[in-house]
Design a protein around this ligand. Structure first.
Ligand SMILES: Nc1ncnc2c1ncn2[C@@H]1O[C@H](COP(=O)(O)OP(=O)(O)OP(=O)(O)O)[C@@H](O)[C@H]1O
Length: 234
């Protein structure tokens, strides 16, 4: 479903190119649950951004359901992103001044899905699934970390995406909240969802059907260099 073919990415830093990923080749099959582990700074977040169409590879091809994303316009990319992907981040990324319900509803609003009342009902259903419908009118600063991440999960899934892209989603949670979140992610997977989860956590990685290491997705010669060395070499 998600095919990376020789994908590379280089950031521009002070007029120089800093290569972060090179030759990444891998297919994430529909319905798989992959965990992705790699040394800090080696490009895991960059890879998630490429997978989620938030960024575009500077080398190689990336196909989503067989469609070569190089040929998509920005509008087509946005629409494919909204339909296909839900995102979950380590630091939740909720809007602190909007209620829990608004935070979830906004995900539907941005992709213009349905009338306002239907959006509100869908958001409430998503909050019920994570056990937080009773907190709908609270604002994020009133939530615990575990609750905030479950709201972020509801926001990620309210559009019913096929793929969940998660970047260290348990990084800021204690063991009980980590397990509760992992149960939600596993349930999404059991319903047929595809998961790609960056994690350093062995407990989280153990939930995956496909535990991966970033280095194994790249040809040996292209194993990422620490950025300082890469920059020094130009
Ligand atoms: N906007 C940017 N401009 C320049 N370089 C960047 C930019 N974003 C990231 N980088 C560089 O690319 C490298 C890979 O970053 P990325 O965030 O993908 O790594 P990571 O493996 O997710 O790291 P971590 O595990 O620490 O979160 C980093 O070392 C960073 O220096």
């Amino acid at each position: 479903m998600l095919q990376l073919q020789g994908v590379g990415y280089a950031y521009r830093l002070n007029g120089r190119q800093v290569r972060v990923l090179q030759g990444v080749t891998h297919t994430f099959e529909r319905g798989s649950f992959s965990s992705l582990r790699a040394p800090s700074g080696s490009g895991k977040t960059t890879l998630l951004n490429l997978l989620g169409l938030l960024d575009t590879p500077t080398e190689g091809r990336y196909l989503v359901e067989g469609r070569d994303t190089r040929h998509l316009t920005d509008a087509q990319k946005s629409s494919l992103r909204a339909r296909t992907f839900g995102f979950l981040f380590q630091n939740f990324r909720l809007i602190p001044t909007r209620t829990v319900l608004e935070n979830v509803t906004l995900a539907l609003d941005i992709s213009a899905q349905g009338p306002k009342r239907a959006q509100r009902e869908a958001a409430l259903r998503a909050l019920e699934q994570v056990g937080l419908a009773g907190r709908a009118e609270h604002v994020p600063p009133e939530l615990s970390g575990g609750e905030a991440q479950r709201v972020a999960f509801a926001r990620a899934l309210v559009r019913q995406p096929e793929v969940l892209l998660a970047d260290e989603p348990t990084g800021n949670l204690d063991a009980a909240n980590r397990d509760r979140l992992l149960d939600l992610i596993s349930a999404f997977h059991a319903r047929g969802g595809t998961v790609v989860m960056v994690t350093h956590d062995d407990v989280a990685a153990a939930r995956a059907t496909h535990p991966l290491r970033l280095e194994a997705l790249m040809p040996a010669a292209a194993t990422p260099l620490p950025v300082a060395r890469a920059a020094a070499r130009g």
